[in-house]
Design a protein around this ligand. Structure first.
Ligand SMILES: NC(=O)CC[C@H](N)C(=O)O
Length: 223
């Protein structure tokens, strides 16, 4: 059974839910303290939270810890690497994914449900969605305004949309370029996303739409 490491930095706070979601999706998952090693795992998830209390910039200090060298090796070897919210911030701060997450256009913390259009279903995390499918997940961030000078440097995987899948300015909660909510590398094995799939992985949470992200990653390791 594929085994995933969910990395915990000081201030991470979505680790337990993320472990639960991976288990529900059929994988093994363990919380791994950032001073330990992830060598024995098949894939890695950087979960959400406030690592180092978002000092300097969200994700900036976590990105400079030794364990991120191992995460970089995972990314280069083609193993799945998923960064959710603060985890996405750590991936851009470490340069594993291009672009940057700036403070939201209206500079305050936003916590609410959004609609997302699944644009690219050819990644390790989206193979079970239909192209153009509209899904629902919560966002909870202050620094989620994705910027990239040239969007052709990434694969756009999720975009903030309305419930019909239209990419409108009103549907963009934070000012991200092209309504981008999630991007992957060329190979499709590294995904960073601001919305929280683990908070949408059970119908009692209000949506199960996020579970396929974890199911996809589990199946992808098996292949
Ligand atoms: N939910 C989270 O991971 C929060 C992300 C980050 N600390 C922010 O507020 O931007």
């Amino acid at each position: 059974m594929p085994k995933f490491a969910v990395i915990v930095f000081p201030g991470t706070n979505c680790d337990f839910e993320t472990v639960e979601a991976i288990r529900k999706a059929g994988g093994k998952a363990e919380r791994v303290w950032y001073q330990e090693s992830i060598k024995d795992y098949d894939g890695v998830v950087l979960p959400g939270g406030f690592s180092y209390a978002d000092y300097l910039r969200a994700g900036a200090i976590a990105a400079r810890q030794r364990i991120m060298e191992e995460v970089r090796e995972f990314a280069e070897e083609g193993r799945p690497v998923l960064g959710i919210c603060n985890g996405f911030q750590v991936l851009t701060e470490s340069g594993i994914l291009p672009g940057a997450l700036r403070p939201n256009k209206i500079p305050r913390f936003i916590c609410r449900w959004v609609h997302l259009k699944v644009v690219d279903t050819n990644t390790a995390f989206t193979q079970f969605y239909e192209p153009g499918e509209v899904i629902r997940m919560p966002i909870a961030h202050a620094e989620g305004n994705y910027y990239i000078d040239d969007p052709s440097r990434v694969r756009v995987v999720f975009q903030y949309s309305d419930e019909k899948g239209e990419i409108t300015e009103e549907a963009n909660p934070n000012g991200s370029v092209l309504n981008i909510a999630g991007v992957s590398n060329d190979r499709g094995n590294v995904l960073g996303m601001m919305p929280h799939p683990e908070r949408a992985s059970d119908r009692f949470l209000g949506s199960e739409d996020g579970l396929k992200v974890f199911k996809s990653m589990v199946e992808w390791v098996k292949r």
